[in-house]
Design a protein around this ligand. Structure first.
Ligand SMILES: Cc1cc2nc3c(=O)[nH]c(=O)nc-3n(C[C@H](O)[C@H](O)[C@H](O)COP(=O)(O)O)c2cc1C
Length: 259
């Protein structure tokens, strides 16, 4: 899955199918967590993978009785060990970097789960002592995020998100371009269009994909893949050109009026 498409597709899932998740997928998801950035590369995080039914229920209970959590076949608990971070960075390491490091790992995990076709949710409301007691973790280990993961039944609609023009400033706090839609080409809109374009291409190719696979085997699949990629690149280049054109005309306007 393309990175932006994966980001676009991630939703918080709170209902899971009663189907187990392949260990290979869990492995890939954990690898994504492992590769997260961390302050000075301290890698002060640990991941506890919980599949045991009784423990899943106990974790749901620790999470202020959010019982739906237990319905996920796997819960990954992202831990930080702030003492490690504190050794290198003092109070800032303990109170900030340790949290940020595990947040980066958690987000990687959510995106990798999406990429594997799985639903997931960031759960931050829980009693830390209860979670530690369920998992037998030491006091110096801080559970940061519970991430229930599993297959989901239906697509989840995108919740309301703030508009880019209301949340992005240019050069200064509060700095707005005269015509932000034109100059910045609302990126979420660009992402949405790209996904629609990709879906169209797939729809176009879908009737012949099965036949091509049957007759041409791997070679056929590669050709289709290359073709789709080529079309995608063509459209991307076209879009970039349009964007540059829009931007240069916008810059002219900016010379006079500014932010
Ligand atoms: C720090 C943090 C804590 C959260 N805690 C919970 C939680 O305890 N329970 C829950 O159902 N969702 C929780 N969420 C998920 C948010 O509700 C969700 O991200 C938000 O509604 C936006 O929806 P989306 O993730 O589908 O974009 C949490 C998210 C974050 C970032």
């Amino acid at each position: 899955m393309e990175t932006l498409e994966c980001i676009e597709n991630r939703r918080s899932a709170r209902k899971f199918k009663n189907t187990s998740v392949e260990w290979e997928k869990i492995g890939n998801i954990l690898r994504a967590g492992q590769l997260a950035p961390s302050s000075g590369n301290v890698q002060d995080f640990k991941f506890v993978v919980v599949t045991d039914k009784t423990k899943r229920s106990a974790l749901a209970n620790s999470a202020l009785k959010q019982h739906w959590i237990a319905s996920a076949p796997v819960i990954i608990v992202v831990y930080s060990e702030p003492k490690i971070t504190q050794r290198s960075y003092g109070i800032r390491g303990d109170k900030l970097y340790a949290i940020q490091n595990s947040a980066a790992a958690a987000q990687n995990i959510l995106l990798a789960a999406t990429d594997e076709g799985l639903g997931s949710c960031w759960v931050g409301a829980f009693d830390e002592n209860m979670v530690n007691s369920v998992l037998g973790a030491p006091d110096n280990a801080r559970p940061q995020v519970l991430i229930p993961i599993g297959y989901i039944e239906n697509d989840i609609p995108i919740p309301r998100k703030n508009r880019m023009v209301d949340m992005v400033y240019i050069n200064n706090w509060g700095g707005k371009i005269v015509n932000p839609d034109l100059a910045m080409d609302d990126f979420s809109e660009v992402m949405r269009k790209k996904i629609m374009e990709a879906k169209e291409i797939i729809k176009e190719k879908a009737p012949t994909i099965g036949r091509d696979i049957a007759y041409k085997g791997k070679e056929g699949v590669k050709k289709i893949h290359d073709k789709v990629k080529e079309k995608f690149e063509e459209r991307k280049k076209r879009k970039e050109k349009e964007f540059e054109k829009d931007l240069s005309s916008e810059e002219e306007v900016l010379e006079d009026s500014e932010i």
